[in-house]
Write a protein that binds this ligand. Sequence first.
Ligand code: ZN
Ligand code: ZN
Length: 276
Amino acid sequence: MFKSTFHAHSRFDDGKEELEAYILEALKRDFKVFGFSGHAPVLFDSGWNMKQENFDQYVATAKALKEKYKGQIEIYTGLETDYYPGCTDWRKKKGIDYTIGAIHFLKHPDTGQYMPMDGNREEFEMSLEEGFDKDVQALVEAYYSQVREMLMKMTPNVVAHLDVIRKNNNNRDYFDEDDDWYRDEVMKTLEVISLTHTIVEVNTGGISRGYVKEPYPSRWILEACHDLDISVMVNSDTHHPSTIDCYFKESYELLKSIGFRSQRILYHDKWCDVGL
Ligand SMILES: [Zn+2]
Ligand SMILES: [Zn+2]
C-alpha cells in the first residue's frame, strides 16, 4: 500500500502538535509522502485559520523538514484555502506546492456575516435559519454554487471534502441525497471538476472526528467521478499525528471496489498517478 496524505493541520492552525511530530509518526506508519495543508489566513476572524504573521514560519518549517528527512519521506507544503468574495489567491505564493480549495463559509448577502457550512449541528441550524429562512435546498444549492465558482475562478489542485454539507445529515435529517435536485447539484459540480482537471479527495477527517461513518464524498459521487474520469486522492484531514491514516485501508478498498486503480498525487515533485 502506497501511503500518502496531503491534508494535515497542525499547531499553526487548528490542529495539534508541531509539524515534525506528524513526520515522525508518518515514518513509523510507512508513509512515502506527506503534505501539510494549514488553513490559509483569511481576511476575517475565523478562529481556526493560520494567522498571517505565522505564515512564513509555517513554510520555512515545512521546507526545513523536507531537507532533514530527504531520502526517508517526501514532504510537501500546501494550504487548505477558503474561497469567498474578495479572498486572497494563495496558489502562486512562494513556497506553496499545492492548494486544497474549500468552502467552509458562505457570506450572508445582507449582514456580511460568514456563515459556517461545515460546523456542528448548532452552527448548521444557525446558518440555515439566519441565512436561508430554514430552506435547506437553498443552502445546499448556495454551497455547491460557491464550490463551482471557486473551481472556475481560482481552480485549486484538489477540491476539499466535496459533500461536507452532509456532515450533519447522517439520518437524512435535512435532505435526501437521492432527491433529484441534490443529485443535479452534485453532477453539475462534477462537470466543472472534470473540465478544470481538479482532483477529488476522499477525506476521512469526518470519521476520525466522529461526525460521519463514511468518508467524503459519498460512494455514489465517487462512482460518478470514476465514470467522468476524475482523479482522486485519499486524505486524512488530520488534526493530530495519531490520525494521519485513519480509515485509509477501507478507503483504498472502497476506491478499488468502484474500479479506481490509482490515485493522483504529488510525487518526485510532479503530479502523477500511483497505484492503490
Ligand atoms: Zn476543510
Ligand atoms: Zn482540513
